[in-house]
Design a protein around this ligand. Structure first.
Ligand SMILES: *Cc1c(COP(=O)(O)O)cnc(C)c1O
Length: 365
């Protein structure tokens, strides 16, 4: 069994993918060009925002957003400690300080009730993560940000396709970043990402940043870097995107079926979906006691699992205690000890899910 089955997906869309790739090869236009522009327009239109800027990865997308709002050493960015390293990493790379706020125990997203007390004169932005494929409480976060004149940058690397009552992930905040890493809900065949914004000035700046800060060829106004998405990756995404909404539906069916089966097991905590939200299940993550035993049982039966994430950011050696220590974000710490992710992809079959559910039940007897 596969944790994420990219092979089945490839076989299904193979002729479209091959055609799109061949068009790029025949054009010999590999950097920027019509495929990249078409992808930017297509995805921005899907989200319902004015601008999409295709970039080299989700991590770079996050960093470019911070660069676009002139984040400097000693600035503070409020974010969650329960996320992939990239979210905190880019803040520190620019010399700024991640200020962590503990998570909500049900959604695992940043606890909006704790944000205001973390705001100081140095705070420049809030960077919520829409973890596992469900939006953070972006409505509340944006209203707090407006009150204090802060930017909101949504880390939507796991939530492309997710919706709330008030709009789609990637379309609700000043800027949002997604990732096209192969295993994400919309993945390419290498690294890639996109920034979404309605702000014309930020969009102009982001377009400069991802091409060496240039206004036109060999004229450089601001500091940038090489952060473009390849035309080949754009072509692959253009081939896959027409199937995306159907895949989101299938993901929901797989998620619903897991929840129905797993919530009968008393010791298992299934994903909680907040009112008005949809979930795209970039990861299907549950909490269990005796996690290592459950992982072991599943593994012995040929079922792969993963842990997203075993160590919250404030306890990662790279931050060497400067952003909090043990006990400072107790909910993130507690969840990180019990969380685990199960195989999840649009083509997962119910008999495989039945097997997974059954083995978890046995492990927890
Ligand atoms: C995957 C991911 C990233 C980074 O995306 P890359 O494209 O791998 O650089 C950032 N944040 C979160 C929450 C992610 O899951």
């Amino acid at each position: 069994m596969q944790f994420i089955d990219l092979k089945t997906q490839y076989e299904k869309y193979k002729s479209d993918i091959t055609r799109e790739i061949n068009e790029v090869l025949d054009s010999c236009s590999f950097i920027l060009g019509p495929k990249v522009t078409k992808l930017e327009e297509t995805l921005a239109n899907y989200i319902g925002v004015k601008h999409g800027i295709a970039v080299s990865s989700g991590t770079d997308a996050l960093m470019f957003c911070l660069m676009a709002i002139n984040i400097k050493p000693n600035d503070e960015i409020i974010t969650t400690p329960f996320t992939f390293i990239a979210t905190g990493e880019v803040i520190k790379l620019l010399g700024a300080k991640p200020v962590f706020v503990d998570i909500d125990p049900l959604t695992y997203n940043i606890d909006v009730k704790k944000i205001e007390s973390a705001i100081t004169k140095k705070t420049k932005a809030i960077m919520p993560v829409s973890l596992y494929g469900q939006c953070a409480d972006l409505k509340t976060i944006n209203s707090i940000a407006n009150k204090y004149s802060l930017y909101v940058i949504e880390d939507a690397c796991q939530s492309f396709g997710a919706e709330t009552e008030y709009g789609k992930s990637c379309g609700i905040s000043h800027m949002a970043c997604t990732s096209f890493f192969p295993s994400k809900p919309l993945g390419c065949y290498g690294d890639g990402g996109m920034i979404f914004t309605n702000d014309d000035d930020l969009s102009e700046k982001l377009k400069m940043i991802h091409v060496h800060g240039q206004v036109k060829r060999y004229y450089h106004e601001i500091l940038g870097c090489n952060g473009r998405l390849d035309a080949l990756q754009a072509a692959i995404l253009l081939a896959k995107f027409p199937y995306f909404e159907e895949e989101v539906k299938l993901r929901k069916q797989v998620g619903d079926y897991y929840i129905k089966g797993l919530q009968k097991i008393e010791k298992v905590t299934v994903p909680y979906i907040d009112k008005g939200n949809t979930h795209v299940y970039a990861q299907f993550s549950i909490q269990v006691p005796e996690r290592e035993k459950v992982i072991d049982y599943l593994s012995k039966n040929g079922i792969p699992t993963a842990v997203h994430y075993p160590v919250p950011l404030h306890l990662q050696p790279v931050f060497s205690g400067e952003c909090g220590g043990k006990g400072d974000f107790p909910i993130a710490e507690k969840v990180s000890e019990k969380i685990m992710s199960l195989p999840m992809h649009p083509f997962l079959e119910q008999n495989d899910q039945d097997k997974i559910i059954d083995i978890i039940k046995q492990a927890l007897l």
